[in-house]
Design a protein around this ligand. Structure first.
Ligand code: SF4
Length: 203
């Protein structure tokens, strides 16, 4: 039997997500999700995301890493610390920003999520966005950007506000790219610039 989720699993997620009347209800339902057999068997926990009341800015990444899987919180590793610092520099504390990943469970060994897994988890994410109703979505990295805008390259869309699924979407680098290229690298400079733009747009 395949360990990849199928169409039925995606439909089940969509149905369960649609039933959630609020964030807490959705989080409770998502925490018990086993729609992706391999991820459900290997994760420590489902990383649902954080949704501070009244958040106008939503940041979206790809999938939890090891530290997120261990703590249950999104963006808590080195990437998360950089994100916190850049948001604070831009004048918006992370505590006022909603953060989630398009995939809620850590792929083993941090492998790239399969298309089937991303498609299956989509129902949770779409309902989360609906419930949050953010003024602006910032996508971190190509995978989260493609989730919103379809097949593209980051260089083609980064730093501009796009309309997608009725939302304003501003793509930028993933903090891990900024770390990889170092303090003098372009990704850090552009991530800083884009987060400042995002904060300005929601202020
Ligand atoms: S990745 Fe999403 S759809 Fe798959 S098991 Fe985790 S919560 Fe469910």
């Amino acid at each position: 039997m395949s360990s990849q989720p199928g169409v039925q699993a995606a439909a089940g997620v969509r149905l369960a997500a649609g039933r959630a009347a609020g964030w807490a209800e959705l989080a409770e339902a998502a925490r018990g999700c086993t729609a992706c057999p391999e991820l459900a068997a290997t994760r420590t926990q489902v990383v649902v995301g954080s949704a501070p009341a009244g958040a106008r800015l939503l940041m979206v990444g790809e999938a939890p890493g090891a530290q997120e899987d261990a703590t249950g919180e999104p963006f808590v590793g080195r990437s998360g610390q950089l994100l916190d610092r850049l948001l604070a520099e831009a004048g918006l504390p992370r505590e006022q920003v909603a953060v989630l990943n398009t995939l809620k469970c850590r792929p083993p060994g941090n492998r790239v999520p399969s298309r089937g897994e991303t498609a299956t988890c989509r129902g949770w994410t779409e309902r989360q966005v609906e419930l949050l109703d953010p003024a602006l979505v910032v996508t971190l990295g190509l995978s989260a950007t493609a989730w919103w805008l379809g097949r593209t390259t980051l260089s083609a869309v980064r730093g501009q506000v796009h309309q997608a699924a009725g939302r304003r979407v501003l793509p930028t680098y993933h903090p891990s790219a900024a770390i990889r290229f170092g303090p003098r690298g372009e990704p850090l400079r552009l991530l800083r610039e884009d987060l400042a733009t995002a904060v300005r747009l929601v202020s």
